[in-house]
Design a protein around this ligand. Structure first.
Ligand SMILES: [Zn+2]
Ligand SMILES: [Zn+2]
Length: 117
């Protein structure tokens, strides 16, 4: 699979993903893909295997002004995206897919972070 790209519309908060080229638009503007950086200390994740799932926890705040907007899991042929909201717990479960892959956390303030599984 080509590298997945994530887009967040600054107007409506819509989250989009794409693996090909081409342009994405939302609310009448062209969206720029988010640059993923290796997870830093504030955006680290702890990943555990529970049954058939990845159980992911992160120490990041979930306040309205600074929260994790979404978490995503990109495996060989699929991307699973879980949208998160302020005041929600800082944990989630994602079903494991074949072929390892990457986990992403998107911070509402600091951008996109990735770790390899
Ligand atoms: Zn929009
Ligand atoms: Zn942050």
């Amino acid at each position: 699979m080509k590298r997945v790209k994530f887009y967040v519309c600054p107007d409506c908060g819509n989250i989009l993903t794409a693996t090909g080229g081409g342009e994405l638009h939302c609310c009448g503007r062209k969206l720029e893909p988010l640059e993923a950086r290796p997870a830093d200390e504030d955006h680290a994740m702890t990943v555990q295997e529970i049954e058939e799932d990845w159980y992911i926890t992160f120490p990041h705040p979930m306040r309205k002004e600074h929260f994790i907007r979404f978490a995503a899991y990109a495996a060989t042929d699929r991307v699973l995206l879980v949208r998160l909201y302020p005041e929600q717990g800082s944990e989630l479960r994602i079903p494991q897919l074949r072929g390892g892959g990457k986990l992403y956390l998107c911070c509402s303030r600091d951008g996109l972070f990735e770790i390899k599984l």
